[in-house]
Ligand binder design. Structure first.
Ligand SMILES: Cc1cc2nc3c(=O)[nH]c(=O)nc-3n(C[C@H](O)[C@H](O)[C@H](O)COP(=O)(O)O)c2cc1C
Length: 391
């Protein structure tokens, strides 16, 4: 299967409808796609990115169906295997092709797959190749999502091929974005899980792209943005320093004590008209939690004490929050213990990357006394005061 993007530009990748997990870590509720683009010039042809190697036969069949007899350039924007893993097979079928990639990507490609170094040519930031009537320009856009990533810009048509940048894990038969809210959510999830740790560098990449007129963004996961303002504006908002007055509450409870305290906390927040998003870590889609961390001002963890520390599910969530480096400004912990322990200290030690103002935690012995619930009231007041100051 191949689909026409524009005259002599085709989408030749594959849709992975049923994939449930990425990197054995990230839930994929909507599947994904590995997009590859074939561009025909008057003299030369290029392929931009390839597909996950499990799907290589479908990919090569797509090229056969399209009648591709010659490929001059294979552009590798990103060395990760879901985009580059089929390059060796493509080179077997089209041995005359030359792989063009960034300086940092060349050694990575050689590390990750069996390739002949002579077949790979490094292209510099701003360098162009002429396909005959069509010019590809390479733009260094590091850390979207590895250090070597670049984007490719088709000058005559103003199309940006940014690989993972602006992508979404979304299996859909729509070649172009049709359902905006569906794509927005998938792209936000993708940003949260893949891009958020590199927010400050992504800001710079976005600023660099302002020099380019972009009429279309064709990422290597998810549908093509034929109206790219939507995703460009969304990214500007996500990378900005602004936060939304929202309280994210990832929590877990074994015997109900933390649960009761958290329930009370949530109901008090709602009474105060504060937006709250609870996540029970015993059964959570961590992608949904990551999405909520993209712009929430406040995160309050809930955990019982287990073997002197936090519950392992809270440990996992805290570790994840730490590596995703959200722009959260305020945090605290609500929890319970039986006899002794260092649950709050140990949980906070896991999150040095969170540059937050910390409210005093509320940790009850057992199910929580009247004083503990008054302490929750104090926490709600503090949260509210800071949220009021945001607006
Ligand atoms: C497996 C397990 C390990 C525990 N380890 C500790 C501990 O090291 N220190 C402590 O003070 N309480 C410990 N407790 C007691 C719980 O922290 C206490 O019962 C708490 O109230 C449970 O909160 P929850 O109802 O929200 O699960 C442990 C309980 C369990 C089930």
């Amino acid at each position: 299967m191949f689909r026409k993007v524009k005259d002599d530009i085709y989408s030749v990748g594959v849709i992975d409808w049923h994939r449930k997990l990425f990197d054995e870590l990230i839930p994929l509720p909507d599947g994904t796609s590995y997009n590859s683009y074939f561009i025909k010039g008057e003299e030369k042809n290029a392929i931009i990115d390839t597909v996950e190697p499990d799907f290589v036969q479908d990919f090569l069949d797509n090229l056969d169906d399209l009648g591709v007899e010659k490929i001059d350039y294979i552009i590798s924007n990103h060395a990760e295997q879901d985009h580059s893993g089929s390059i060796p097979y493509l080179l077997e079928k089209y041995p005359e092709a030359e792989v063009l990639t960034s300086k940092k990507a060349k050694p990575m490609l050689l590390d990750l797959m069996e390739l002949d170094a002579d077949k790979i040519r490094v292209v510099e930031d701003g360098e162009t190749v002429d396909l005959g009537g069509r010019t590809l320009e390479f733009i260094d856009t590091p850390w979207v999502h590895w250090p070597e990533t670049m984007s490719t810009y088709l000058q005559e048509e103003n199309i940006l091929f940014p690989c993972d940048f602006f992508g979404s894990h979304l299996a859909t038969s729509d070649l172009f974005v049709e359902n905006h809210s569906e794509v927005y959510k998938a792209a936000k999830r993708y940003y949260a899980e893949i891009m958020m740790p590199f927010r400050m560098i992504i800001k710079k990449n976005l600023a660099k792209l302002e020099d380019y007129e972009i009429e279309m963004i064709a990422p290597s996961h998810g549908p093509i943005y034929d109206n790219p303002e939507m995703i460009l504006e969304a990214y500007q908002e996500w990378v900005s320093d602004e936060v939304k007055p929202e309280v994210v509450v990832p929590y877990v409870s074994m015997h109900g004590s933390t649960d009761d305290l958290i329930k009370y906390f949530i109901s008090q927040l709602i009474d105060e008209g504060i937006k709250v998003k609870p996540f029970n870590l015993a059964d959570v889609d961590l992608g949904d939690l990551a999405i909520s961390l993209v712009d929430a001002s406040t995160v309050i963890f809930g955990s019982p004490t287990v073997l002197t520390g936090p519950h392992p599910s809270a440990v996992y969530a805290a570790y994840l929050a730490n590596v995703l480096k959200p722009k959260t400004r305020y945090a605290s912990i609500i929890g319970s213990y039986g006899w002794a322990g260092r649950m709050t200290d140990k949980l906070l030690e896991l999150m040095p990357n969170l540059k937050v103002d910390l409210y005093d935690p509320v940790v009850a012995k057992g199910h929580g006394s009247e004083e503990d619930y008054q302490e929750i009231d104090r926490l709600v007041e503090e949260v509210k005061a800071d949220l009021d100051n945001l607006e």
